[in-house]
Design a protein around this ligand. Structure first.
Ligand SMILES: NC(=O)c1ccc[n+]([C@@H]2O[C@H](COP(=O)([O-])OP(=O)(O)OC[C@H]3O[C@@H](n4cnc5c(N)ncnc54)[C@H](O)[C@@H]3O)[C@@H](O)[C@H]2O)c1
Length: 268
């Protein structure tokens, strides 16, 4: 029996990177996928590939910072399915700069996607998640993508670290609120370390341009991998399998937890 047999799962930021890997892994476990992103060209490709290999995915445009767009997606799910089993708030942006370089506009832009987007998702999807909580024993699951940068501070990454710290504690607060409200909705955060996605690639490209850890992308990648306890980075599937576990009924007593998947980066 598939681990997500027919569960309705919404993933934001599903066009590439971790979100795309999550979509592929959840599809293999027979989830019904609602894939959302602002990059519709790539998102449609992701959904098409899943459908071509026997999965069930729809691509919907959703800018997570826009309340009305969340409401449109909510209406769609309410009409089609009447409930939502799993919400993965994965969309996120990262900008590396010193606090002196960070304008208030930069700061707000990062908080807007990384924190406001997660808040809006949890709030606007709540009635549909509650419905699952009423209808099923195992209940619904919210999975919020934080980061190791939500647990420890990182120089020149204060806006991102602050946003990911907020996601960590928003998740814990909602876990308690929904437990005490007897909504039967679990809320957990995932904290990836350095995972090979376009986001990490962009970061290393900028480092190479600035001569941080090397002058070419390859030099930076090798030097950065060497700073990892395992001597290598994680792959998107490493995070997707964590999402699969938290989405499944196997995790029915797991709420308010932080799942760190970082190859021991924060263990030192
Ligand atoms: N890759 C890593 O090493 C790493 C480490 C820790 C945490 N994370 C977190 O994991 C999540 C996914 O990261 P990734 O590496 O796959 O990033 P990525 O940049 O490769 O992909 C992010 C996706 O989010 C989408 N997106 C951006 N803004 C959006 C918006 N306003 N509305 C909807 N979609 C939007 C992008 O179009 C893209 O498809 C992020 O929240 C990130 O902070 C990543």
């Amino acid at each position: 029996m598939a681990r997500l047999n027919g569960k309705i799962c919404l993933i934001t930021g599903a066009a590439q990177g971790l979100g795309e890997a999550m979509a592929n892994v959840l599809a293999r476990e027979q989830a019904t996928l609602i894939l959302c992103d602002i990059n519709m060209e790539r998102l449609t490709q992701t959904a098409d590939k899943i459908n071509a290999s026997g999965g069930n995915a729809i691509a919907l445009k959703l800018d997570v910072t826009q309340e009305e767009e969340w409401q449109t997606v909510e209406k769609y799910i309410a009409k089609e399915y009447g409930h939502l089993d799993v919400l993965v708030n994965n969309a996120g942006v990262e900008v590396m700069m010193s606090v002196e370089e960070t304008s208030f506009k930069d700061w707000r832009a990062i908080q807007s996607v990384n924190v406001d987007g997660v808040f809006l998702g949890c709030k606007i999807m709540l009635n549909l998640l509650k419905e699952t909580g009423i209808q099923t024993t195992a209940g619904a699951s919210i999975i919020n993508l934080s980061s190791v940068a939500g647990i420890v501070g990182v120089a020149n990454l204060s806006a991102y670290c602050s946003s990911k710290g907020a996601v960590r504690n928003l998740s814990k607060s909602l876990a308690i609120e929904f437990a005490e409200g007897r909504h039967n909705i679990r809320v957990n955060s995932i904290h990836p370390g350095f995972i090979q996605t376009p986001m990490l690639q962009d970061l290393f490209t900028r480092w190479a341009a600035e001569g941080i850890m090397g002058n070419t992308l390859q030099e930076v990648e090798l030097a950065a991998a060497d700073t990892q306890p395992l001597g290598r980075f994680g792959q998107p599937e490493d995070i997707a399998y964590g999402v699969l576990y938290l989405a499944s009924d196997e995790a029915n007593f797991v709420t308010g937890s932080e799942l760190v998947i970082d190859g021991a980066w924060t263990a030192r």
